[in-house]
Structures are given as structure tokens and as C-alpha cells.
Design a protein around this ligand. Structure first.
Ligand SMILES: NC(=O)c1ccc[n+]([C@@H]2O[C@H](COP(=O)([O-])OP(=O)(O)OC[C@H]3O[C@@H](n4cnc5c(N)ncnc54)[C@H](O)[C@@H]3O)[C@@H](O)[C@H]2O)c1
Ligand SMILES: [Zn+2]
Ligand SMILES: [Zn+2]
Length: 370
């Protein structure tokens, strides 16, 4: 069939919105009509080359839609089912999946090629070329074909233009605070960068019972929005936050610091560590450029103060249990998804959506399909 998609042909090029050819789903694959897709910063890292994924590629990894057709062997999904995509597939059988770390599923090894998990070929084609799909999904398209391991079936009562946010930003941010940072009641938490990920790190810290949540972002609109998600204080920069934290914590500093800047920087890790209390933890969720190997950090501080520096992928969560769980918190009014969507776009306007993200105008921009 023919469908419309945003394709990245080379690094530092705009998204090309064009008609593509989509094959029928093969065994263990599913054809989905997208309803909505969030504009996460991670696709921008592919554009700049910081995330060196194979091109050409259909972008997008934060999507939800309705199943149209299932391939052979797919026993648990049927046409009409609503699905959110996990940006890391989960097979349910590998060591990571079977020990409660679905975010580290072995099938994640296929992300770089963007080719189908089943047989490492493409179902998406344009101009005579095979196309990869971002995070094995390709949600910047009216339709896509993905492996069943990437699908999480959800109940039909939640609007899909809200549910799509659970495919990356919400679980990643919330889990960065709740699972990776292990925020405890009474903790002081710092969140550095208030985009789609940081806003949810703030919500996770709030729900986990943080006493104080300090949101750091150079953009005033972001600092204002942070207060709506549960931040108690804000600062322009990590440097500005030092005296604020000294005053708020009587010099003890923050128990947990969650890094959710647009582009990670090794040069600022020492600043994050300086905001952290003895025995505290810095969680690195933001993506650093693949070719950045250095970080500025006092390892004496790390040892003598027993500080921890940990990475977190997909909020260190389990998409198959966390996506339904967080939809439940939304239903009960405890998790704000509506406030995350600053603007909606058509697929044709995707480059404008990413300009707005780069200029810090959106918490999340979301593409809505017909
Ligand atoms: N680890 C994971 O599983 C995972 C998943 C999704 C996204 N990410 C990454 O998380 C990061 C955030 O993604 P997003 O979609 O929220 O991005 P975004 O662009 O929407 O938000 C980033 C925010 O950081 C702010 N910022 C930039 N420099 C800053 C600085 N020096 N100090 C404080 N704030 C600063 C920006 O003003 C912006 O508000 C990206 O690197 C993205 O690739 C990681
Ligand atoms: Zn993402
Ligand atoms: Zn697995």
C-alpha cells in the first residue's frame, strides 16, 4: 500500500514528507494506522548525527494507533485494537525481559539498523530504496508495520493523542525519577531541562513524595510550566541553583539530580555532581553525542562523598507494565498528560514542530493524523 511519511535521507537535512510504499506485515508483524506521534528530541539527535542510526529512515518513536492487520503468528492482537509503541521492543523471553528490565531487551540491538526484527529487511520503501524505521517504529507516518514486540495493547478509553506520549517521554521521565533515581518521600530532587522528558521527571518526583523539586531551564516558559507539573522552585542554570539549594537544604544539597537537557554535555557533569548531596545520585537520561568520550567530573568527590552517577534508558522501566500503570494514573487525575501537549501539528508541518522544539517553545509538540 501507499502511505505518507517523514523520511530523513541524510544528516542535517530537513524531514522530507513524501509518499512511501509499505509492504504487508510479515510473520509476527502488525500494520498500524497511526493516530498521533510526539516530537521527541531523540529524533533530532539522528538528524544531527549525534545518534548514528542508519539512513534513510522514517522518523518517530513516540506513537499510538489502531491495528489494521496482523501477520502470521500474531495471536494476541486483532484489527481494531489500540496500541502504544514501546521505543524499545520487549520480547518477554530474554534475560533482561525475564528479570524485569524490559527496557534492556536484547531486541534493542536492532535499533541502529532500523530494519525489521523478524528478518532484518524493510517493509518501508521510497525512491527504489529500503527505509529503516526509528526505534523499529517509524511513527512519523500515517501507517507503519512493526514487530509485535514493539506493541503494547491499551484500553480504548484514553485518547490516542495522549496515550502516544507513554511510548517514550512519559515513561522515560517518570521512571528516571521513580526507578533510576529511586526518589523517596522527603527527598530534594533537581531536574535539569524541562522538555517532554524533564516535565515527566518532575511528575514522577512529585508522585514519589519529593519534599522539594527544583526545575532548571534557561527558558522562562519552561520554568513556569515546571511549577504546573509539581516543581516547587526553579533556576536558570545549575550555577544559579547552587545558592538556592544551599539555602533550601541547609547546605546538604539534593538527594537526586535528574539530567534531561536537550543535548547531554560531558562538560557539565561536575556541576550536576556539585548539586548532589553526600550519598546522592545523578541520573543521566539525556542523550550525549556518540563521539563524546570525555566528562568533567571529580572522581575524588565521587568516592569521598559516595555519590552515584547512573544512566537510564526508557526510565529504567518495563513498558508492558508501566504504560498501562501510567495510563491509570492519568485516568485518576494524578498524572498530567494534557498539559504536556503544547501544540499539535499535521505531518506536513513536522519541520516547524522541530523548529519550535529547538527554540524551546513546546513541552511536547504532537503530530495528529486524520
Ligand atoms: N534515556 C532515554 O531513554 C531517553 C528517552 C527519550 C529522550 N531522551 C533524551 O532526553 C533529552 C531530553 O529530551 P526532550 O524531548 O525532553 O528534549 P526537549 O528539547 O524537549 O527539552 C530539553 C530542555 O532542556 C533545556 N536545556 C537545554 N540546555 C540546558 C541546560 N544547560 N541547562 C538546563 N536546561 C537546559 C531546554 O531549554 C529544553 O527545555 C534528549 O537528549 C533526548 O534525546 C532520552
Ligand atoms: Zn523519545
Ligand atoms: Zn527481551
Amino acid at each position: 500500500m501507499k502511505t505518507k511519511a517523514a523520511v530523513l535521507w541524510e544528516v542535517n537535512a530537513p524531514w522530507s514528507v513524501e509518499e512511501i510504499e509499505l509492504d504487508a506485515p510479515g510473520p509476527n508483524e502488525v500494520l498500524v494506522k497511526l493516530a498521533a506521534s510526539g516530537l521527541c528530541h531523540s529524533d533530532e539527535h539522528v538528524v544531527t548525527g549525534d545518534l548514528p542510526f542508519e539512513l534513510p529512515m522514517v522518523g518517530g518513536h513516540e506513537g499510538a494507533g489502531v491495528v489494521q492487520q496482523v501477520g502470521a503468528n500474531v495471536s494476541w492482537l486483532a484489527p481494531g485494537d489500540h496500541v502504544v509503541f514501546g521505543f524499545i521492543p520487549s520480547c518477554g523471553r530474554c534475560v533482561s525481559c525475564s528479570t524485569g528490565h524490559q527496557n534492556l531487551c536484547d531486541l534493542g540491538a536492532y535499533l541502529g539498523s532500523g530494519k525489521q526484527i523478524s528478518d532484518q529487511t524493510s517493509r518501508h520503501h521510497a525512491s527504489g530504496k529500503d527505509l529503516g524505521i526509528m526505534c523499529l517504529l517509524g511513527t512519523f507516518a500515517q501507517h507503519t508495520v512493526v514487530h509485535e514486540a514493539s506493541c503494547i495493547k491499551i484500553e480504548k478509553d484514553v485518547p490516542l493523542d495522549r496515550a502516544c506520549l507513554l511510548g517514550c517521554g512519559v515513561v522515560t521521565g517518570w521512571g528516571s525519577s521513580v526507578y533510576a533515581a529511586e526518589v523517596k518521600p522527603g527527598d530534594t530532587v533537581v531536574v535539569v531541562g524541562v522538555g517532554g522528558i524533564g516535565a515527566n521527571a518532575i511528575q514522577g518526583a512529585r508522585i514519589a513524595g519529593a519534599k522539594q523539586i527544583i526545575a532548571i531551564d534557561p527558558i522562562e516558559f519552561k520554568r513556569e510550566k515546571a511549577m504546573e507539573f509539581g516543581a516547587t522552585h526553579s533556576a536558570n542554570s545549575m550555577a544559579e541553583a547552587v545558592p538556592l539549594l544551599q539555602e533550601l537544604t541547609r547546605g546538604a544539597m539534593a538527594n537526586k539530580v535528574v539530567m534531561t537537557m536537550g543535548i547531554g554535555s560531558g562538560a557539565v557533569i561536575h556541576e550536576a555532581m556539585a548539586l548532589t548531596a553526600k550519598g546522592g545520585r545523578v541520573v543521566v537520561t539525556n542523550i550525549h553525542p556518540a563521539m563524546e568520550f570525555g566528562a568533567s567530573i571529580s572522581l575524588l568527590d565521587l568516592t569521598l562523598m559516595e555519590k552515584q552517577l547512573v544512566g537510564s534508558l526508557f526510565g529504567s522501566g518495563n513498558p508492558r507494565s508501566d504504560i498501562p500503570k501510567l495510563l491509570g494514573l492519568y485516568r485518576e487525575g494524578q498524572l498530567d498528560l494534557d498539559g504536556l501537549v503544547t501544540r499539535t501539528y499535521t505531518l506536513n508541518d513536522i519541520n516547524e514542530g522541530y523548529r519550535a522544539m529547538r527554540d524551546g517553545e513546546n513541552i511536547r509538540g504532537v503530530i495528529k493524523y486524520d
